[in-house]
Write a protein that binds this ligand. Structure first.
Ligand code: GLA
Ligand code: ZN
Length: 665
């Protein structure tokens, strides 16, 4: 029997709502009444409140105005709606920036920023902590037990870096804690290069590109700064409230190791803005599915899609209105992959400011008539049919390994550029598996591998100390591991391994890496067919693996390109080159079949993908049509269409961009 994970036991529905900024509307009579009426019509019932309200909550230093928020929360509660109450540290009020310049960050060139924009508090400043602590305690004390408050939304999209003296001093302490002595730092970061042997930690400039290990440490430090600030705000809230705490993440955002922030969060929340109309539909769908899989995998539990665009995001190149079906499909894509909430940015469009044209549920027409509102209301009306899905889990046996440290090592190590795009290689491998409807997870290399039977490590260039042994144990106990070109070149300090350090695991040794300019042919012969190689090919020396495929061109023709090494009850595949998509899809299908891992549903049309959530005695099968034509799915047995509340048998027709949810035993 699958265990249910109810994130919010008092609210047994899939959350539906969005960022709500009534503080911008306090001088507009009747607007809150309009909001409540439209909330009812749109079936929206959860709102993130107060994210950017600091200057409304504390208009002058030490002077607080909570009346408006009392009123909003009371009215939400009276209409049986809930709130994620935000701490307002995502944007500070002007009086603070003026009176206390130290709260403003110092940018890369050493200048202190003027007061502008948001997301730019210095996380090292004691003053910032003091002021944030005061406003957070007042909020938590006043509303910590308010019946409308479902949880806490800490800050907003934590991000950025600061080079002020306070931050640099903290960075030096971070280095000292890590390396203990400057001598040890010199040894591990290879500082003899260009005569960088340091005699004190404070001689180090984190902006110096000469030593990529320092750049990587700086990224780790910036993540640590955010984790620490998040933990500080959470600590303040915990004095008064037991409600769960989260912060909104930004997918594979390059600057933050979200696995670290995840540990501070009681549940995972993310912001998700797919660009459906730029690029191939299925490519976008695969990318977004992967992000949802990442967020589900972080805690192996349902998460909340905290922001998404109900209409046109203002920052995209085309203001493409959503086509019929698009909104529902995007929301159900999240739910199918484990979201127990789909929320929007934002509830109501402001009249002014930078985002006044960003899609919102309620537009400037202030009515239920526009396209966005109608789509949201239609989705909301069906959503209650999914109450049984809330808290259900996913059965995932295959995971891809993703590490932010690995990305940073690739980004800062200066070598030929077309080797370095781990994002697109990762996505290519993900998609090859996704195309065949395998349920997928995303795990960090130091994460827990025990739920998985198959692990895929696309371009895992940095293999940290102990990870080789961990992967070996995974394989020996029956796991299947697939690694690709550029596997295990460096350790956690970005120091290259001496030859053959990874060979005991893979059975092969990398002698050379060939990077082909466009048009230079290379291919591999495997299982009687010829497969094209894109850009990167490693010249391998076989130690004790089976050779499955060999190169066909150039001076290394006939040498191994794809190998398998069996060990204990499992095996390791080595893909020495970057292969084309069709090959990867077939390759993974065969390997997973051999490993005994089945797709969630077989025999779907190619444009239709699925996701499954496992209930106590039932499976919820989410189906998505990623094409602009009707797709017909034949059903092996009668099923119940939960989304549309009707029985179906024989076959099911999905409209263009259609989606639905079936329930099967
Ligand atoms: C982010 C922010 C929101 C808003 C949206 C616009 O996700 O968190 O405050 O700016 O982008 O898309
Ligand atoms: Zn700073």
């Amino acid at each position: 029997m699958m265990k249910r994970h109810l994130l919010f036991p008092d609210h047994p529905h899939i959350l539906h709502g969005g960022d709500y900024n009534p503080d911008q509307w306090l001088d507009t009579p009747g607007i809150i009444d309009d909001d409540l009426r439209l909330m009812e019509l749109s079936h929206c019932d959860v709102f993130s409140v107060g994210i950017f309200s600091w200057s409304q909550l504390e208009p002058e230093e030490g002077k607080f105005t909570f009346g408006w928020l009392d009123d909003i929360l009371d009215r939400l509660n009276a209409s049986d709606r809930k709130a994620f109450l935000a701490t307002p540290s995502g944007a500070r009020p002007p009086w603070m920036a003026k009176k206390y310049p130290e709260c403003r960050r110092v940018i890369e060139d050493g200048r202190r920023e003027e007061y502008r924009m948001r997301h730019n508090l210095c996380f090292s400043s004691e003053l910032v902590r003091e002021k944030t602590g005061i406003i957070d305690s007042k909020l938590a004390e006043r509303y910590g037990k308010h019946p409308a408050v479902l949880g806490w939304h800490i800050s907003n999209e934590l991000s950025g870096e600061c080079f002020c003296p306070l931050c640099l001093a903290r960075f030096y302490r971070f280095l000292e804690e890590k390396y203990r002595t400057v001598g040890e730092l010199n040894r591990r970061i290879w500082s003899g290069f260009w005569s960088h042997r340091f005699t004190a930690f404070d001689e180090i400039d984190p902006r110096d590109p000469a030593l990529e290990a320092v750049r990587i440490d700086w990224k780790r430090f910036c993540t640590e700064q955010m984790r620490d600030f998040l933990s500080f705000e959470k600590g303040v809230i915990r004095k008064y409230s037991d409600q769960p705490v989260t912060t909104n993440m930004m997918g594979l955002y390059k600057e933050i190791d979200y696995f670290r922030l995840a540990r501070e969060c009681d549940f995972i929340a993310d912001d998700c803005y797919p660009m459906w109309y730029v690029g191939e539909e299925k490519e976008v769908a695969a990318r977004i599915s992967m992000l949802h899989d990442l967020h589900y995998s972080m805690k192996q539990k349902p998460f909340v899609m905290m922001e998404s665009a109900p209409g046109v995001p203002n920052f995209r190149p085309y203001a493409h209105l959503r086509r019929p079906g698009e909104l529902q499909r995007e929301m159900l894509l999240a739910v199918g992959h484990g979201a127990d909430g789909t929320m929007y940015f934002q509830w109501r469009k402001g009249r002014g400011g930078f985002e006044k044209f960003h899609g919102a549920v309620v537009g400037h027409d202030n009515s239920e008539n526009n396209l966005t509102f109608r789509q949201v209301a239609d989705y909301g009306a069906h959503l209650r049919n999914l109450d049984r899905v809330v808290g259900t889990t996913r059965k995932i046996e295959t995971a891809l390994i993703w590490d932010w440290d690995n990305c940073w090592a690739l980004e800062h190590g200066d070598y030929t550029h077309n080797f370095k795009d781990v994002h697109s290689v990762f996505l290519r491998h993900y998609r090859a598996l996704w195309e065949s409807n395998f349920p997928l997870g995303v795990v960090e290399s130091c994460g827990n591998f025990s739920p998985y039977r198959v692990l895929v490590a696309p371009m895992l260039f940095m293999v940290k100390t102990g990870i080789r042994e961990k992967l070996e144990a995974f394989v020996r106990s029956g796991g299947t591991l697939i690694v690709t070109h550029m596997f295990g070149y460096v350790n956690e300090d970005s120091l290259c391994y001496r030859p053959a350090d990874l060979t005991p695991l893979t059975g092969v040794e990398v002698l050379d890496l060939d990077c082909m300019e466009p048009g230079r042919p290379q291919s591999v012969s495997i299982n009687g067919s010829t497969v094209k190689v894109l850009e990167a090919a490693e010249v391998l020396r076989n130690h004790d693996a089976e050779i499955l495929g060999t190169y066909q061109e150039d001076f290394y023709a006939g040498t191994p390109a794809v190998t398998r090494r069996r060990s204990g009850k499992g095996c390791v595949y080595y893909l020495g080159a970057n292969f084309e998509d069709d090959f990867l899809r077939k390759f993974y299908f065969d390997i997973l079949t051999e490993a005994g891992v089945a797709p969630m549903l077989a025999g779907l049309p190619d444009n239709v993908k699925c996701a499954v959530r496992e209930g106590e005695n039932e499976r919820f099968v989410f189906l998505y049509n990623f094409s602009e034509q009707e797709e017909i799915i034949s059903l092996p047995c009668p099923a119940y269409d939960l989304w549309n509340d009707r029985k179906i048998s024989g076959s099911l027709t999905l409209a263009p961009r259609g989606s639905t949810v079936l329930v099967t035993p």
